[in-house]
Design a protein around this ligand. Structure first.
Ligand SMILES: C[S@@+](CC[C@H](N)C(=O)[O-])C[C@H]1O[C@@H](n2cnc3c(N)ncnc32)[C@H](O)[C@@H]1O
Length: 281
């Protein structure tokens, strides 16, 4: 949904933009290519991704300031770049294909790797620490709540019995034995999702972004959020509505935009994407 994101950001050549989730720099590059005297702050909490973004956007590097940090540190990123407010803020939530498909990052059960799952590998608890040290009941609650997994109790019991869990495939195997396959979806999908969300505090991070994001914008500035989980889209919708009702913003997308059939055919992972945009008053 890059084209739609760019359309809603309404990039002006002299504007200041924040790409809160630079990833490998796809959106950052597209914003930067439209700038003359403007600037884009390319932020990501993942240092390896940011290094790749830097490489992929080197053509426009004089218009880009790279910053490693989480959503809650975006104001610092702006201060470092010497700007107070932005004309646009983009957040393309979740993990990137690079993160998902790199075995050493530990996000996927399709190949074996360490159970890490941290977007920022310099800090915080790994998924291995979480599965090996969380009490059974708390583990079940987190798999149930964040993974929306009905078989959470059974899965948590199996994990505790199989400790220490050594790798992604070890965990996937333990979960599969406990939960059994009932559809084409791998039975460990929701457990892995829950662990990833917990390790990276993704729900809390999104709350902070939605709370503080609009404050970072000039009047007339745009905020565009692309989410992949219904839980996230619901939060974006509610916060945007609240800002709309409070007279702080105009909602530009009455209904969320979803990818075209062509896009989902080319990139099946984009299937669940939803884009919402607002303009600050
Ligand atoms: C879907 S990818 C973005 C892809 C990017 N738009 C591109 O064009 O390549 C999401 C990125 O957001 C980053 N991310 C997720 N949560 C974050 C947070 N709370 N703070 C900073 N970065 C975050 C991830 O590390 C990941 O690189």
């Amino acid at each position: 949904m890059a084209a739609e994101a760019l359309e809603y950001l309404a990039v002006r050549p002299d504007g200041i933009y924040v790409d809160a989730t630079a990833g490998l720099g796809g959106h950052t590059g597209q914003i930067a290519s439209r700038l003359t005297s403007g600037l884009v702050i390319a932020n990501d909490r993942d240092a390896a991704s940011l290094a790749m973004a830097r490489q992929n956007t080197r053509e426009w590097s004089e218009r880009i300031r790279y910053h490693q940090g989480r959503f809650s540190e975006l104001a610092d990123a702006m201060a470092e770049a010497g700007v107070a407010k932005a004309h646009g803020l983009l957040a393309d939530l979740g993990v990137s294909r690079y993160q998902l498909t790199s075995p050493e990052r530990g996000f996927s059960f399709l190949s074996d790797g360490p159970l890490d799952m941290r977007m920022d590998r310099t800090t915080g608890m790994t998924a291995a620490e979480l599965v090996n040290h969380t009490p059974e009941r708390a583990l079940a609650d987190l798999i149930y709540q964040l993974g929306e997994e009905r078989r959470a109790r059974r899965i948590a019991r199996a994990i505790v019995r199989a400790r220490p869990i050594r790798s992604t495939l070890h965990l996937a195997d333990v979960v599969e034995r406990a939960a059994h396959r009932t559809s084409r979806i791998h039975p460990a999908t929701q457990t892995f999702m829950a662990l990833r969300l917990k390790v990276n505090e993704e729900p809390e991070e999104l709350d902070r972004l939605l709370e503080a994001g609009p404050e970072l914008l000039h009047p007339g500035g745009r905020m565009v959020v692309i989410s992949f989980m219904s839980m996230d889209d619901r939060k974006v919708k509610e916060r945007f509505r609240q800002l709309g009702r409070g007279g702080e913003a105009v909602i530009l997308t009455k209904r969320p935009l979803t990818p075209s059939g062509e896009e989902t055919a080319q990139n099946p992972a984009s299937r669940s994407a939803k884009l919402r945009a607002l303009e600050k008053i």
